[in-house]
Every structure is written in structure tokens, then in C-alpha cells.
Ligand binder design. Structure first.
Ligand SMILES: Nc1ncnc2c1ncn2[C@@H]1O[C@H](COP(=O)(O)OP(=O)(O)OP(=O)(O)O)[C@@H](O)[C@H]1O
Ligand SMILES: [Mg+2]
Length: 391
């Protein structure tokens, strides 16, 4: 008896993105295996089939590929040369190594995007404090120093204002660094775009993202920016997807400076800035990613609501588990709670809450209240700054 389609996906990493992708496989009958060193990784706890192994090793990636299906990603901590080796061995990898490098290696990304004519901050690759100082002498302090590989949630990003701080940052993050000018942005936006292996492209409306200490705490959909900025951001995302022959979904993180958009970072996978699409869009980013890597028709990216806000649940300082406060959060009408089944640690992203509404303000109030309960913190700000949905 046939129990589903023969479609298979093999995801590198079993974190929260894999967990939510796994949820999206169920109604479509897709079989999914994840690769993770942790036998209790979030996707494994949710029931996904697992191969235990470290994605830094080619042998583990080969074990995953043997399970069958398109190899795709929940994170970027994979050596790009291993992806090339898989491709040479005939494994279907989506996105391919050529486009994945734009997300996996910030130094290569800055260089290649600039060469292709896309707007990026002025940046150089470097290794030492003297490289940072030399760059700052031209660009001016402060500068931003990042580990070229492996960073997430702002953990390997530092704003550096002088020579002493340059030494500290280089010691902490080196030797594979990106050194770039500090962008005094007005806002941060993100656009999620999908391109299928057939070449079909679908783009979601841009969102505003708000970070605290380098970690995304809030996402507002749609972004509260003028329509011309929204279409400019979507054109940029489509152009990136076409130029680099993306397969899968890709988040384009942008700085808005006046009327200009500058690319901060690309993530060639589902992304924190599009979790609202689960409740608020016709097609969730996770289903869209599956459709794209399998060469299936892409789904509609339309929002089903006027506004949606996602607030991340960040581990409380006392290390307590948000599960202990779940009942209280669920008492808030309209709060859609997603917990990732990760071990609670202070400052760690443990889940998110999405709320929909007829205005951003309405959605934001609900999402903030529930996330604050689960994070055991004060709501991020008063709700007086809530903005109306832009027209
Ligand atoms: N050149 C810059 N100028 C000003 N702020 C910056 C710059 N680069 C990064 N930032 C700030 O730091 C945040 C984190 O940077 P970045 O996105 O590069 O790090 P990351 O750890 O890879 O993030 P993610 O969690 O999205 O993977 C950005 O969202 C932005 O707020
Ligand atoms: Mg980022």
C-alpha cells in the first residue's frame, strides 16, 4: 500500500527550522531525515527520522545523503567544500554550493555580491587587529567585525570603536574575519524569496525586523515602510534569486538608509524573519521551501491578514523553561505559541509567538504579552509606539 508520495528531503541540522519544516512535510506526505549530532535535537523530538552525526564532517553528510532525497539546510555550519563534494558525487543539493556560499561565508558573500553589482557595506576580509585598524583608518570608526563563518544571533558580530576593542574582537572572532563599515541604518528589513528548481520565483512582502544585542526579537509584517521601498526590496530579492540560481527559500536581510537598501546578510534556508507566514500567509515559508527544493509549484505568498507580528521567546536570566509558563501565555487570545523543545539557557532563542490583527499595533500587543510571559521578562516596550498598517 502506498502511504504517501516518494518525495524525500534530507536536512542538514535538526534545529527549530528543521522542526518547523518537518511539521510542513506531514500534510504533503514528504519523508524527511535530519542530520544532527544531538539525538534530542528539536526536529528529532518532533518525530523526524534522524541520522546522528556532525555536519562538519563529509562522512556524516554522506550518511545523510544515503537516506535519499534532496539535501537541504537548517543552518550554515557546513564546510562549503563538502557541498561541492556531494554535488560531484551526484547528490542533489538545494541550494547548491554556489549560492549557499553567499550565506555560509560572509567574506565570500560580500566580495561576490559587490562583484555582481549588488549593494553591500564596504568590507574587507582580514585576520588580525591590525587589519581592523587599517580598515578603520580609511572608513572611520566605528567598524563592524564579524566571524566570516559560523555566527548566528549576533554572537560573532562586534561593533568596534577603537584599537583596544579591535584587539579584543580579533582575538575573540579571528582569524577568519569580515571587517566592514558601520551602517547607520534607519530600519532593518527582511524579504523572503523562493525559487524552485523549475525557475519559478515567489516573493513575500518585506517585514521589519528589530534586533536587541544582535538577536532578532521582533518581526512586523508587512514592514511599515512606503510601498516603493517594499517593491524595491522585493525586486532586489528576486534579482538575487535569479542571478545566483537559488533553489529553495532565501531570506535577504536589508538595512534601510534613507531611500536606499543595502544587503546585510543572506540566509539560504527558512529564517526567523518569516515565521509569521505559518499563520499569516497562504503558504508558510517551510512549505514553500519544500515545494521549491522538490520542483513543485510554489504557493501563494499573499498575507491572509492585514498584519502579523512575531516575537521571539528568549531564555530567561534564571534559566527557567518557558514550558512552565505556557498555560499563562495560552490564556492570551490570539497568541500562537511555538516552543522549540530546546534546553533553556539565558539569552537562547527558545520559541516564538505570532499574533495576527487588523493593525500592527493590535498584533504586536498580543505577541509581546505572550512572549514576555514565556521569556519571563517585561514586554519589550510600551504598546504606545504601535504603528498602523501602511497603505
Ligand atoms: N555593518 C553593520 N552596521 C551596523 N549594524 C550591523 C552591521 N552588521 C550587522 N549589524 C547589526 O548586527 C546584527 C547581526 O548581524 P548579522 O546579521 O551579520 O549577524 P548574524 O549573527 O549572522 O545574524 P543572524 O542571527 O541573522 O544569522 C544585524 O541585524 C544588525 O543589527
Ligand atoms: Mg543577520
Amino acid at each position: 500500500m502506498r502511504l504517501g508520495s516518494d518525495a524525500r528531503v534530507a536536512m542538514v541540522g535538526g534545529g527549530q527550522l528543521a522542526r518547523m519544516t518537518y511539521e510542513a512535510t506531514i500534510p504533503l506526505g514528504i519523508r524527511m531525515t535530519v542530520l544532527d549530532a544531538d539525538p534530542l535535537a528539536p526536529a528529532v523530538r518532533a518525530g523526524a527520522q534522524a541520522v546522528q552525526g556532525d555536519p562538519a564532517y563529509l562522512a556524516s553528510l554522506v550518511d545523510l545523503a544515503r537516506m535519499g532525497g534532496v539535501v537541504t539546510f537548517d543552518h550554515e555550519r557546513v564546510p562549503i567544500e563538502h557541498l561541492r563534494a556531494l554535488e560531484e558525487a551526484g547528490v542533489s543539493v538545494a541550494p547548491g554550493s554556489h549560492v549557499a556560499e553567499l550565506a555560509f561565508d560572509k567574506a565570500a558573500s560580500r566580495r561576490r555580491l559587490r562583484a555582481a553589482g549588488f549593494p553591500v557595506p564596504e568590507a574587507v576580509a582580514g585576520a588580525t587587529a591590525s587589519d581592523v585598524v587599517a580598515f578603520a583608518q580609511g572608513a572611520g570608526w566605528p567598524v563592524v567585525v564579524k566571524a566570516a563563518k559560523g555566527g548566528y544571533d549576533g554572537r560573532a558580530v562586534e561593533v568596534v570603536a577603537n584599537e583596544d576593542e579591535a584587539s579584543d574582537a580579533a582575538a575573540r572572532l579571528g582569524p577568519n574575519l569580515v571587517i566592514e563599515s558601520f551602517v547607520n541604518f534607519d530600519a532593518e528589513l527582511a524579504v523572503m524569496v523562493a525559487r524552485s528548481s523549475t525557475g519559478e520565483i515567489a516573493c513575500y512582502d518585506p517585514v521589519s525586523t528589530i534586533q536587541r544585542d544582535g538577536i532578532c526579537i521582533e518581526v512586523l509584517a508587512p514592514a511599515a515602510v512606503p510601498a516603493r521601498i517594499r517593491s524595491q526590496a522585493m525586486d532586489l530579492a528576486r534579482s538575487l534569486a535569479t542571478t545566483f540560481e537559488l533553489i529553495g527559500v532565501m531570506a535577504v536581510e536589508l538595512f534601510l538608509v534613507g531611500d536606499d537598501l543595502i544587503i546585510n546578510e543572506l540566509a539560504t534556508r527558512p529564517h526567523n524573519s518569516a515565521h509569521h507566514t505559518i499563520e499569516a500567509a497562504e503558504t508558510s515559508q517551510f512549505e514553500q521551501h519544500l515545494r521549491a527544493v522538490l520542483g513543485w509549484p510554489l504557493g501563494s505568498t499573499e498575507l491572509r491578514v492585514r498584519a502579523a507580528v512575531t516575537c521571539n521567546i528568549i531564555g530567561a536570566q534564571d534559566g527557567s523553561d518557558p514550558l512552565g509558563r505556557l498555560r499563562q501565555a495560552l490564556a492570551i487570545r490570539g497568541a500562537h505559541v511555538h516552543l522549540y523543545a530546546k534546553t533553556a539557557r539565558p539569552g537562547r532563542k527558545l520559541g516564538h509567538v505570532t499574533a495576527c490583527g487588523s493593525t500592527l499595533g493590535e498584533a504586536r500587543t498580543i505577541a509581546r504579552q505572550a512572549a514576555a510571559i514565556l521569556s519571563a521578562s517585561e514586554p519589550t516596550a510600551s504598546c504606545a509606539d504601535s504603528r498602523e498598517v501602511p497603505t
